[in-house]
Design a protein around this ligand. Structure first.
Ligand code: FAD
Length: 364
């Protein structure tokens, strides 16, 4: 049997999902190489900070839409079959205020809040909420069943699945993408390196992608459990402040969000913003606390900040050749790395297969 030596650089949700799928083929000998691994909390590592839920934002007709469409069945299957993966089904309430259309959060959520979105045929139980039931200021709303992922359980679950299939995990920091090709666990040179370095693609030698920038997301994690998830198109507190609530599976707490602050690299929580987040969440969802309570009714686990790896022009899934090393990129997933994870991994793997086929043809 021909074997393929593959190095996946990066152990966020993009690298781990790609490795998980590739590892199902015994011909693939995979090393996952990363500076940060599940269990770490670091500003250079977006994946642990995510909610994370499935709230499609890809525009109709785009590759992004296809990645999100393709990801739902995979997340649903994992949720149905593997409760230990830390994903559960959860009701989703989506509220739109037309006045948010031009704001940073309004643009981000423009597809999500459409009254007749493409994803209505993908997710279960989609239905509009009658206008008679809407709070003042909300122009349209819908409900459906989504999932919420406990990232502290799900990322290690992905690692476990990969390890079970023979994948080797190694800690390392690469200065240049080609360093990864020499780090395969067999000692042989990798046939292909898959670049899943997220925001660090901006500074990684051989890539240096200037289109990468952060969209800073601040969150408060609480023990309170309000029921369904809520997302709103915007807030009155600033055009890059967001409003969402989601309770993670398996005791992961409830995430109160948030913000979408482009080009902001600040790793420390801003406590004024934290106050606004908590107040907004209680206003839109009073069941978060006991009747008559304000933010003192929230039982805080932690404040957090993560940087969404946003890329001008969209996610990069592409073949590349750097100093004689075959590379396939899979980075730049902004605020949708989980909900597009399987779709992006399928697209990446299709390119990896092309690279491997060309190499085996060249050997003949
Ligand atoms: P990362 O998770 O950043 O992983 C990058 C990996 O590459 C790490 O292992 C790092 O150590 C490694 N690496 C980088 N450079 C090097 C190097 N030079 N050498 C070695 N290793 C290197 N998405 C959703 O789908 N749903 C949500 O609800 C959601 N909510 C979010 C909420 C917040 C607050 C934030 C911040 C993000 C949210 N996201 C959500 C977005 C999602 O978290 C990201 O899109 C996703 O985590 C990106 O994953 P990644 O694997 O591409 O990058």
């Amino acid at each position: 049997m021909t074997t393929n030596n593959i190095v996946v650089l990066g152990a966020g949700v993009s690298g781990l999902t790609t490795a998980y799928l590739l590892s199902q083929d015994p011909a693939n000998k995979i090393t996952v190489l990363a500076k940060h691994m599940p269990g770490d909390y670091d500003i250079e590592y977006a994946s642990p900070w995510a909610g994370a839920n499935y709230m499609p934002v890809g525009k109709e007709g785009s590759a992004h839409q296809e990645w999100e469409r393709a990801t739902w069945p995979a997340l649903k299957e994992i949720t149905d079959k593997y409760p230990e993966a830390g994903i559960h089904f959860r009701g989703a309430l989506i509220y739109n205020r037309t006045k948010d259309q031009e704001s940073a959060t309004g643009k981000w959520f423009s597809e999500l809040v459409q009254p007749n979105p493409w994803y209505k045929d993908v997710v279960p139980d989609f239905k509009p909420i009658p206008s008679s039931k809407l709070a003042p200021g909300i122009d349209n709303a819908q409900e459906w069943t989504s999932v919420c992922i406990n990232t502290a359980v799900y990322l290690p679950w992905l690692v476990g699945q990969c390890v079970k299939n023979g994948t080797v995990f190694k800690r390392a920091v690469c200065k240049h993408i080609t360093d990864a090709a020499n780090a395969h666990h067999t000692g042989q040179k990798a046939d292909v390196v898959i670049n899943c370095t997220g925001l660090s693609a901006k500074t990684l030698g051989g890539v240096l992608d200037e289109k990468m920038h952060p969209a800073r997301g601040q969150i408060v994690v609480v023990r309170n459990d309000p029921g369904p998830m809520v997302s709103v198109s915007g807030t009155d507190d600033g055009e890059d402040e967001a409003l969402y609530i989601m309770t993670r599976a398996a005791g992961g707490g409830t995430i109160l969000g948030g913000s979408y602050q482009k080009h902001n690299w600040d790793a420390l929580p801003d406590m004024n913003l934290a106050n606004r987040i908590m107040k907004r969440c209680i206003k839109i969802c009073p069941s978060l606390v006991k009747e008559g309570q304000g933010i003192e009714g929230l039982d805080i686990i932690r404040h957090g900040v993560g940087l969404r790896p946003l890329r001008e022009g969209g996610t990069r899934i592409e073949k590349d050749q750097v100093d004689g090393v075959s590379v396939v990129h899979n980075y730049g997933h902004g605020g949708f790395g989980y909900q597009a994870s399987f779709g992006c991994a399928y697209a990446t793997i299709a390119l990896v297969k092309e690279v491997l086929q060309n190499k085996s043809r060249a050997r003949l």
